[in-house]
Design a protein around this ligand. Sequence first.
Ligand SMILES: Nc1nc2c(ncn2[C@@H]2O[C@H](COP(=O)(O)OP(=O)(O)OP(=O)(O)O)[C@@H](O)[C@H]2O)c(=O)[nH]1
Ligand SMILES: [Mg+2]
Length: 620
Amino acid sequence: MSREDPVKRHTAALVGNPNAGKSALFNALTGARQKIANYPGVTVERKAGRLALPDGDSVELIDLPGSYSFDAASPDEDVTRKVVHGEFEGEAIPEVIVLVLDASNLEQHLVFAQEVLELGRPTVVALNMIDLAERDGLTLDPDALSEALGVPVVPTVAVRRRGLEELAAAIAEAEAHADEDAHKRWHITLPERRLAAKHMARAATLSKSTRHTVENGIDRVLLNPWIGPVILFGLLFVIFQAVFAWATPFADALEGGVGAISGVVSASLPSGFVHDFLVEGVLAGVGSVVVFLPQIVILFFFILLMEASGYMARAAFLMDRLMAGVGLSGKSFIPLLSSFACAIPGIMATRSIPDPKDRLTTILVAPLMTCSARLPVYAVIIAAVIPQTTIGPGVGLQGLVLFALYIAGILGAMVVALVLRHTVTSGAASGFIMEMPRYQLPRLKDLVIGLWQRAWVFLRRAGTIIFTVTIVLWLMLSFPKAEPGESQMDASVAGMIADGLHPVLKPIGFNREMSLALVPAMAAREVAVSALATTYAVDAEDEDLAAEGVTDRIAELWSLPTALAFLAWFVFAPQCISTIAVARRETNGWKWPAFMVGYLFVLAYVFAGLTFWIATALGL
Ligand SMILES: Nc1nc2c(ncn2[C@@H]2O[C@H](COP(=O)(O)OP(=O)(O)OP(=O)(O)O)[C@@H](O)[C@H]2O)c(=O)[nH]1
Ligand SMILES: [Mg+2]
């Protein structure tokens, strides 16, 4: 900022209804990579970035959660209210407000817009999604809207970077003086506001062709009470088939690559500490997790498609009735579905749920949704013990088992929610209203960037937390060294820990290696795989055994009931430490996370046990 500048412009805040494209504008203007997705409630916290203005100055641009009103009750909307009113701790009131409106949905968006303008602060309107309005046959008149609102209006298409320079220029010119008349002009009741919105939208619409919107036709099918759920279920089924079927060639290639590197390292290094560290710890351990990259990418490909197309909110709508049956609402569906990626963003997404008890229940059951970190665990065990047969055209048994495990998690979450709503979080279930976002064709570039980000997150985890934990375990497995004739595991520190845990887990069919693997898996669930791989590699009696992958060792050493019990454990397995930490932050204390960990441990133990005993009784 130049010193002579009389106008103080430290910050500008993006404000508007959910799904107006605020984060898309934020990313386009600042070069950030905030999450954008086509459903309301994506952004749940305040994020800042720097925006260079055409006059050489720059401002701190703030992306905010979408809001319907300043009176709104949900925690994310509360952040918006606080920031805009200058009540957010450690932050001055923003000098300029950038009010983002969806041009294709103008009337609705003008309701909250009036509330924002009532503040009487320097405001610039971004009339975003002009392209969608055009798609619907709407021609808008930004000047008329500007006249009606009394502030500059800049048409934009955030995702195509249209209108960005004009918007930046308008922000630069927004004068830092309050509009004294604003209060008198705008302060009216909600019905009056709605009426005013209608008039203003009408006045700003130059022409409107009676084009049938794509939405209606598609929604008649996708939201049909009978066909809709079948399509949703079918889609989930296809996803889990694809995770196995499509990934196999890539996963095999990666596994071959890791094996080849392992062979080269083995042959070229003399046996000793460095050799063992690389072969048993790094390659067997961390390598066993990295090979699941293709599966992770495929899973996220589908999640990103659902998020970008606008289907996510439809799925929430379809699930609303089912969710109401267990005392939740469709609002909980999106956080729960996000938990398929990871429970941490899932739990944070609950901030868009207004009712505190709905929100708490959703937080408590979110870890039951199968996060992507569990995918390697499931995949390794399934590959080892479930035959690669097809049981129908295009339906593989392995994919089916994976699907069943996801369903088990979902059903578990539903039952737990039902019980909680009748006990610890009892109260009236709240209603469900969610705007259906416009259908959009996902943009290839967004998809590629999104997948790249996810792949990078996965690889970074493998290189940091999974690496560290696996290496610590490897050290504990490798020392003290065994006497000749003694097994290395028996002699090691880790072996002693495993011996301590095993008696507790033996009744539910777990062997010693599994018992040991559960401990580091608390850091990150994928570690269960690397821990088993490292344990078997360290304990291998000869080079041939050491060269075998963890899948082969499990296939040889585990009985089917034992393997199934391990899968059942991971359906419920108490979450990783980061999830516990987020639950603590979001519930402001240790009480609920402690409760969550407790009930998950009990369920994991009981269900793993039941699975083991039943499978054994059936003679599997
Ligand atoms: N066609 C079109 N799509 C847009 C435009 N701006 C944003 N989008 C899309 O609209 C969806 C919502 O965008 P976001 O930036 O996540 O919306 P938001 O206002 O931040 O939403 P919340 O964080 O939920 O309040 C995404 O799918 C974007 O890709 C636009 O100008 N034209
Ligand atoms: Mg956003």
